[in-house]
Ligand binder design. Structure first.
Ligand code: HEM
Length: 425
């Protein structure tokens, strides 16, 4: 997305698939988005990524065709960076690889937002909210918000002995959390979750993206005005009190942050926690080890993020001819930064395709690097730890439903299992 989320819309076309969703009249934004991001069509992109790495760290690709090309703003040169070294170099070099790549897509629907800004502007705006996402600041949310949300959702199925962990837990919980942090009423939650997903659908359905953006503005503007008059402890109040050069952030900039945080906070964590659960439920020896020793939680979470990240890639715009791994990427080229491929680079990770929470800790790329490194990574980790611990504490003998057929992770830009049917007790 988006941010984090969002950014995978780039990867969806630069990694070689035409991701046009057919406009459906009965519009289910979640289904349309999943389909456009390759769900069901793409079960395992990793052999293709491995084949790309064999050809080199930096590859020139054919420009995309169809609606994506029209929307991509006329880039004539496309490159993919696919090895750990190449991805790392591009993400750290924000001077030559600009986030302005998103200006004509996410910039249009989000408004002024840190995702599309370059330095020094980016750092000035990011610093306004960075503190609110520090580990220390998040501790209060863990107790007052995240644990109660997770436990309330588990309460609804704990007596049943079976559940679909995606539909009943991992999909809804992150959006409850971000809504709680913004101080939005619970009853508005399904609606603004839909608008947030409409908004990030902009890369394959621009009118839908713009409509989602306008609906969010109409919904959030009166709330922003109210928080300016009566500030609280929530993130909207934090943003409203933010000052740059002695001036308060205007509504457009507050809205820009909010339009980014909603999808960033919801889409990614739902998918990463689902992918980790899938990995554990299909590697039961490692699940048992984690149940026996919760000190393994951190390495389990990092391995889950490395092995199958929720978001496979992000985009950058090359602004000056730059050599990466012996290839000169020309100024003006669009660059698909394939983090999922970097995470499976065999020169860095032994037996890279295996999920192995015992592997030696080595930094993965899933939160990106450099100035745009995920602002919400401590929140995502804390949420994941809470949700996995709660499941292991409350659902004894947790296992995949043996009658369920072919449970698997799917998707190209964004990845997650469609469902996780489990039994317990
Ligand atoms: C496992 C879950 C998550 C993953 C894998 C993830 C991944 C990423 C990545 C790769 C980026 C860089 C995007 C780019 O530069 O193009 C990013 C940026 C960002 N993420 Fe996340 N994210 C996650 C969760 C969250 C959460 C929970 C939040 C907050 C609610 C969040 C907020 C943001 C924001 C605001 C940015 C923009 C930072 C900037 O441009 O300076 N993310 N994320």
């Amino acid at each position: 997305m988006t941010p984090c989320v969002v950014t995978a819309t780039m990867s969806a076309f630069t990694f070689g698939e035409t991701a046009m969703a057919t406009a459906a009249d009965t519009h289910d934004p979640f289904e349309l988005f999943d389909k456009a991001m390759g769900a069901d069509d793409c079960r395992d992109p990793y052999p293709e990524f491995a084949e790309m790495r064999e050809r080199g760290g930096v590859l020139e690709l054919d420009p995309p065709t169809g609606g994506m090309a029209a929307f991509a703003g006329g880039f004539s040169k496309y490159y993919a960076v696919v090895t750990h070294n190449a991805v790392s170099q591009v993400l750290r070099d924000a001077k030559n690889f600009s986030s302005g790549a998103y200006k004509d897509s996410m910039g249009v629907v989000m408004g002024p937002t840190i995702l599309v800004m370059d330095e020094p502007e980016h750092g000035r705006y990011r610093s306004l909210i960075q503190m609110a996402f520090s580990k220390k600041a998040l501790a209060q949310w863990e107790h007052s918000l995240v644990r109660p949300v997770v436990n309330r959702l588990i309460d609804a199925f704990v007596e049943r002995g079976s559940a679909d962990l995606v539909r009943e837990l991992t999909f809804p919980f992150p959006v409850h959390v971000i809504a709680g942090m913004l101080g939005l009423p619970d009853e508005d939650l399904p609606q603004f979750h839909r608008w947030a997903v409409d908004l990030i659908s902009v890369a394959f359905d621009p009118p839908r993206g713009i409509q989602g953006s306008q609906s969010l503005a109409a919904y959030l503007t009166p709330i922003i005005e109210e928080r300016r008059k009566h500030p609280g402890e929530d993130l909207i109040s934090v943003l409203c009190s933010g000052e740059l050069d002695g001036n308060r952030l205007d509504n457009e900039h507050v809205l820009g942050f909010l339009r980014l945080l909603l999808p960033a906070g919801a889409e990614t964590t739902y998918r990463s926690s689902s992918n980790l659960l899938f990995a554990l439920l299909t590697h039961t020896d490692q699940l048992d080890a984690l149940i026996a020793d919760r000190n393994l939680m951190e390495q389990a979470m990092e391995e889950g993020l490395r092995w199958d990240p929720p978001l496979t890639g992000i985009g950058r715009l090359c602004v000056a001819d730059t050599e990466v791994e012996g290839v000169v990427i020309p100024a003006g080229a669009s660059v698909a930064v394939n983090m999922a491929s970097a995470n499976r680079d065999a020169t860095r990770y032994e037996n890279a395709d295996a999920f192995d929470l015992f592997r030696p800790a080595r930094q993965h790329m899933s939160f990106a690097f450099g100035p745009h490194r995920c602002l919400g990574m401590h929140l995502a980790r804390m949420e994941t730890e809470v949700v996995i611990n709660a499941l292991l504490d409350r659902l004894p003998n947790l296992r995949l439903d043996p009658t369920a057929e072919d449970v698997h992770i799917t998707g190209r830009g964004f990845r997650a299992p469609r469902s996780l049917p489990v039994v317990f007790g």
